[in-house]
Design a protein around this ligand. Structure first.
Ligand SMILES: Nc1nc2c(c(=O)[nH]1)N[C@H]1C(S)=C(S)[C@@H](COP(=O)(O)O)O[C@H]1N2
Ligand SMILES: [Mo]
Length: 401
């Protein structure tokens, strides 16, 4: 598909789906956590995904996709903040600008990125800080995502540090601002901009133009996006247009208001008493999601079921995934894959058992990382009003027939 024509096509598809979804059962599925009925839609380059909005596109990956370490591009979730994303990108004329406190301002074309700098790859989990928000009680504000506002891909591109070295940072450089190409629709809504402190920069931070061996899908930030392995994806700016180096933190909307948690030890608060200070969410906590079976699945009594799923953290690495079939009283180790995709990737797990009774059965999964952090029981979950960083023990309830 010609990406330049993306939006003409997208509008037609979304329109058709909106009409279809009110009548056709085929466009319905179940939300992965609360199991309510939700509609699906297939945008260009995407298979049907759970739709929370079509403008801006907010699309969630269904649970059953999380049985493999890499999430296919056409099933990768989508999150945009602004309704007006560019309708047209020409890869031949696209450039990324680097300006601000640099010795030499740069405008780099896609072709130069691919030929003039060392090409590197990293496999890393991209997860929205609001992933699994619908599991919070009481309800936390925001899109009621199930557990599919995430995915894992092999990203290819160039190191941000190589680009900055090429431009040459001035002495007092401290903050790097990243700007997406989309425009705010209304005067009140600020552009999508994130800032990164120079201390957060390491060799794993890349500008990626490729995802799982293909160009980035349009909706995942074509032609270029920022990848910061181990951190939540609000800072993984898509459709990057420019990088600006400054010496002062600019109080930007998305940095100062959204994607923040209480700045206290438990990162928690109550709806009645909000924490006075907040901090950015940054590093991901340890988590697992079961991909098979899914809620409501019918499985056969006395025949083997292979529970499968994915586990990850911020790069410390997964030590174990434990499975419980008795509501969390006892736990048994699942088998992990060899981990060859690296410490920022999903580890897949599998666990085989034979159900011996009929009726409802709940399967729970709990990941433990290499520094001993583990997923909490729901009753230990710390609440925050933005509904960020949920990492409770995952569970699915199936029916043994
Ligand atoms: N330009 C731009 N980049 C963005 C955003 C956005 O709205 N605009 N949203 C961020 C957030 S909050 C998330 S969760 C991820 C979603 O990435 P995806 O759509 O590729 O899944 O993109 C991030 N980068
Ligand atoms: Mo997000």
């Amino acid at each position: 598909m010609e990406r330049r024509d993306f939006f003409k096509k997208a509008a037609v598809v979304a329109g058709a789906a909106a009409v279809g979804s009110s009548t056709a059962e085929a466009n319905l599925t179940h939300q992965p956590i609360d199991n309510r009925k939700v509609s699906t839609v297939a945008f260009p380059e995407k298979r049907p995904l759970i739709m929370y909005s079509d403008r801006p596109p907010l699309l969630e990956t269904p649970r059953e996709v999380f049985t493999s370490a890499l999430t296919p591009n056409d099933q990768f979730f989508v999150r945009w903040h602004m309704p007006d994303i560019p309708t047209h990108i020409d890869p031949d004329t696209f450039t990324i600008s680097v300006n601000g406190l640099v010795e030499k301002e740069l405008k780099i074309s896609l072709n130069e990125l691919k030929t003039k700098f060392e090409q590197v790859e990293v496999t890393a989990v991209l997860q929205c800080g609001g992933n699994s928000r619908s599991a919070f009680t009481p309800i936390a504000g925001g899109i009621q995502w199930g557990s599919g506002a995430m995915g894992c891909a092999t990203w290819k591109g160039v190191r941000l540090s190589d680009i900055l070295d090429h431009a040459g940072l001035k002495r007092d450089a401290e903050w790097i601002g990243f700007n997406g190409s989309e425009k705010a629709a209304y005067y009140e809504t600020p552009n999508f901009v994130r800032e990164l402190h120079l201390d957060e920069l390491d060799d794993h931070v890349i500008l990626a133009y490729e995802m799982n061996g293909e160009d980035l899908p349009y909706l995942n930030g074509y032609p270029l996006r920022l990848i910061i392995p181990g951190t939540y994806s609000d800072s993984w700016v898509k459709m990057l247009s420019n990088i600006t180096v400054t010496n002062k933190y600019k109080h930007l909307f998305f940095m100062d208001v959204a994607y923040r948690v209480p700045d206290n030890k438990c990162e928690c608060e109550t709806p009645q008493k909000k924490a006075p200070k907040t901090k950015p969410i940054r590093k991901m906590n340890v988590k697992s999601v079961i991909g098979y079976p899914t809620n409501g699945a019918k499985i056969n009594n006395k025949s083997a079921v292979v529970v499968r799923g994915v586990a990850w953290d911020d790069g410390h690495g997964i030590q174990d995934v434990m499975i419980s079939l008795d509501g969390g009283k006892t736990w048994d180790k699942a088998l992990l894959d060899d981990g060859k995709l690296g410490r920022y990737a999903y580890r897949t797990f599998r666990y085989t058992f034979k159900p011996l009774e009929f009726g409802e059965k709940t399967i729970m999964a709990k990941a433990i990382n290499k520094i001993g952090q583990e997923q909490p029981f729901d009753k230990e979950i710390k609440w925050n009003h933005g509904g960020y960083k949920y990492n409770g023990i995952d569970k699915v309830t199936v029916e043994v027939v």
